[in-house]
Design a protein around this ligand. Sequence first.
Ligand code: ADP
Ligand code: MG
Length: 465
Amino acid sequence: MTATSSFSELKLPEEIQQALIDLKYSEQTLTQQESLPALLSGQDVAVKAKTGSGKTLAFGITLFNSMIEAHRNGHTGLYAMVLCPTRELAQQVAEQLRLLAKHYANTKILTLVGGVPIGAQVSSLVHTPSIVVGTPGRMMDLISRKHLDVSTMQSLVLDEADRMLDMGFSDQVDWILNGLPKKRQTMLFSATFGGAIEKITKQYLKQAKIVEVEENQAHASITQLAYQIQDNRTEYAVAGLLSHYQPQSAMVFCQTKHETQALADELAHMGFIVQAIHGDLAQSDRQQVLAQFALQTCNVLVATDVAARGLDLEQVDLVINSSLADSSDIHTHRIGRTGRAEKTGTAITLIFEHQKNALSKIEEDTKSHIPVKHIQAIRFHANRIVFPTHECVLVAGGKKQKISKGDILGALTKQAEIAGSDIGKMLITRDKSYIAVKQRSVKRALGYFRENKVKGKSLRARRLK
Ligand code: ADP
Ligand code: MG
């Protein structure tokens, strides 16, 4: 398919174009080029494309484009629903949509996810939102208790549909979809296209246009290797690889929640600054883990495929598959965490002797070469661990308290007189601020928050471990 590559050629409403300019998005990604013509025509579309290819913006633009037109024709009430497999993903999607909506005042976007009290969501629904983004369970609760009226809905997005099914949401998704108005646009996004995805595509999308984004050359910037390991001491192999390759940041994939936590615990025991992310973590813990990784105050993240899927993490230098992925798609997905956006990266897969055929299959499917090496040469050296350069200071105040990055930077550099170069990245959430501070200035930063107010408020601060 030939397509335009600049957004300006899409004839989008002024409000969207301006938001894209603000966001400094000028060229479309390949996925956007291939999917937007069909999406913008209003038909049902199923898009298969890898993570990080810009799917959120593709459906975001589509939603706003048709919603703005619907509003001009008098539409009121809920316009669109986006279903996501996890809370973080729902939050990331809502954030991206809010940025796109910046120049279109007539938008209220609500995030409706589990793990937070339903009461606050119920009261926020008193003022009808135009777009809801959430997880299937909570969405179903709110619809069935009649807090969320879907009768005016005209647009539905199933984001990361494969993960949604893998996570066991298929009954909830069925229930929700069966209760939606028939006249609507349905957009499905998935990194893989298995039988179950084909089935929901057939069942719920009308004459769906299928867009499969070719991934040739996609991994040209990733160097792949496999190491054959002999026994079950995966943790020593992983520790060895981390101390040998010395990445600034790394992601390690595991199959199960249990393996993920156990491996992270082992690596922490060996001295790495490491965190685990998997489905058993409480919402607030997950947010903390992701914040620390985003700030690079933790530089090794051990994750299950499910927990990692869809998260918009920055690129890492090294991906380690602590065991071989079950499918080529999952393998591709994992290694795609490195080598993004014109950077290069390394992806290493640990395999057992009996998995050589399975590895060859992945090489064949992904048209890549993965040389197998012996792990004996790789030894763990504690003195070769790469530590983060900054530590994380957590402040108990965020956007709700009107705290901005500028406020914090100003307070810490001007009043607390910490060198600007000692303050790293910051992340401000609704009610928390995470600040990366060089170790030597952490005490001073904590002291500052103890003794001073920011924006007129005393804010508790502590070092996050
Ligand atoms: P996916 O849903 O396909 O995994 P995302 O929608 O999360 O991918 O996008 C990945 C990243 O790429 C995001 O940080 C997003 O802001 C960025 N991005 C999306 N589209 C563009 C674009 N056209 N130009 C530059 N960056 C983009
Ligand atoms: Mg996505």
